[in-house]
Ligand binder design. Structure first.
Ligand code: 2HG
Ligand code: ZN
Length: 452
């Protein structure tokens, strides 16, 4: 790369904010699991949208690739650069005052989800997206990936929270759609398009989010069950009792065994094949109401209940990803899939048959957001030579059950090869046409979504 570009970047963002020291850069060239590796000539840390625009103009003139990186907590290699300039959003951290009447807030792309939620809570509101990586994942990152998380069942995904976006296009133009109006139906939904575009269409610099009310007191229950569909029935029974389901998760015996090995407690005394964690809010005596539902549920083998949301029961569920990363002997194969709720039992049975009994090809740990039909298929100890064919087989099962190959993590680099399983030819051609229109040189986040 021309050292001229590096010099010009330094002139724009300041010397210390252009990092080309290989040792410092190294930490940004791999994901947190150490699974995806990349390279970049330098990392630029612009301070605001104007500086991002200047960086993008310089890279456009030089014909150099740009990959945006927030908390780098993604699970599909989407923020690991393949050459060019790594654009860090770490300095885009401003928080506008919360609009408590309209229930919105504008934030910089580099603000973490935890900071954003605390900011909203200080004003009596909350942010509808929550995920285990909340202290590192950023506003720009969750928007770029259209992240789901544990509150999807209650508030929908990130796209449902986005009212406006400020983003810099590949040529350096600033696109600003920033309307806090509840109704504003003028033309294409560009914020909706950029949400989930995984850094391939623009660099998101600021986001105007919709906020939600605080849920009030909640209880968290973990119920032991021997069929995943029993969790779906339990969610329905809780709703029938006039209560609100704030989250509905599932874990397996193997997953709970794994995390208890890393110091987590067992959720219930009676072992079972599956466990569902459900957080509930509602009026009146919540504990008695939930106890009543649990007692009437025919397939609940055992259950515990604690006040939420800070319950240690959540730690059992949320420590899965990290425990898996620590325990696997080879790069974990992570397949984040979804199926219709009616297909959950049959899908799990097929996945267990495929991964658990196929000659010990791997150690499967399944968990996820059962209320959304979202299963995180984690395959540990996979022989790297077997990873692709195992992935093919899992996706075949998902296809049979009318599911999606990516429920909430996106495509990134990990699933680009399988994009055709998730979308039709015309759909992919349309996406490519949009990519070419906004990024004619295909310089933004190379390798992601469409592959190399
Ligand atoms: C979660 O739900 C995340 O905890 C991570 O989406 C899932 O590690 C995974 O497979
Ligand atoms: Zn998840």
């Amino acid at each position: 790369m021309a050292s001229d570009l590096i010099d010009s970047l330094r002139a724009v963002v300041g010397d210390v904010h252009v990092v080309d020291d290989p040792q410092v850069l190294a930490g940004h060239l791999t994901d947190w699991m150490g699974k995806w590796h990349g390279h970049a000539d330098a990392m630029a840390r612009p301070a605001d949208t104007a500086e991002v625009a200047a960086v993008m103009r310089l890279c456009a003139q030089a014909g150099v690739a740009v990959t945006a990186q927030g908390g780098n907590t993604g699970l599909v290699g989407g923020s690991v650069p393949l050459g060019g300039i790594l654009l860090s959003t770490s300095r885009l951290t401003d928080l506008e005052p919360v609009d408590t009447v309209g229930a919105t807030v504008g934030v910089g792309a580099g603000v973490t989800i935890d900071e954003l939620d605390r900011h909203a809570r200080a004003a009596g509101l909350s942010f509808g997206i929550d995920l285990a990586s909340r202290e590192s994942a950023t506003a720009g990152g969750v928007v770029a990936t259209n992240a789901g998380g544990v509150r999807f069942i209650r508030h929908g995904g990130t796209r449902a929270q986005v009212m406006g976006i400020e983003a810099v296009l590949a040529n350096g133009s600033v696109l600003r759609r920033w309307s806090a109006l509840a109704k504003d139906n003028v033309g294409y939904d560009l914020p909706g398009l950029l949400c989930g575009s995984e850094g391939t269409l623009a660099v998101i610099t600021r986001v105007l989010f919709r906020l939600t009310g605080l849920p009030g007191p909640t209880v968290v229950t973990v119920a032991a069950i021997n069929r995943v569909g029993a969790a779906v029935d339990l969610v329905a029974a809780i709703r029938d009792a006039g209560l609100t389901v704030e989250a509905a998760e599932m874990m397996t015996a193997a997953g709970v065994d794994l995390v208890t090995g890393y110091g987590m407690r067992s959720p219930v005394a009676t072992p079972a094949d599956f466990y569902t964690l459900i957080e509930v809010s509602g009026p009146g005596d919540l504990e008695s109401a939930v106890t009543g539902v649990l007692e009437r549920a025919p397939e609940v083998v055992d259950a515990v209940m604690e006040p939420g949301p800070a319950s240690a029961l959540w730690q059992i569920r949320e420590s899965h990803t990290e425990s898996i990363a620590r325990s696997t002997t080879t790069a974990v194969v992570k397949l984040d899939v979804s199926v219709p709720l009616s297909e959950l039992d049959a899908t799990i049975a097929d996945l267990v048959a495929l991964t658990g009994h196929a000659g010990g090809r791997c150690r499967p740990i399944l968990f996820g957001h059962v209320g959304d039909g979202n299963i995180h298929v984690n395959l540990l100890d996979v022989d790297p030579a077997d990873a692709e064919s195992l992935t093919d087989s899992v996706f075949e099962v998902i296809h049979t059950h009318r599911g999606s190959i990516s429920a909430e993590h996106g495509i990134g680099r990990a699933k680009a090869r399988w994009l055709h399983l998730g979308r039709t030819e015309v759909d992919i051609e349309t996406m490519r046409a949009i990519k070419s229109a906004l990024d004619p040189q295909w310089r933004l986040n190379p390798g992601v979504l469409f592959g190399e």
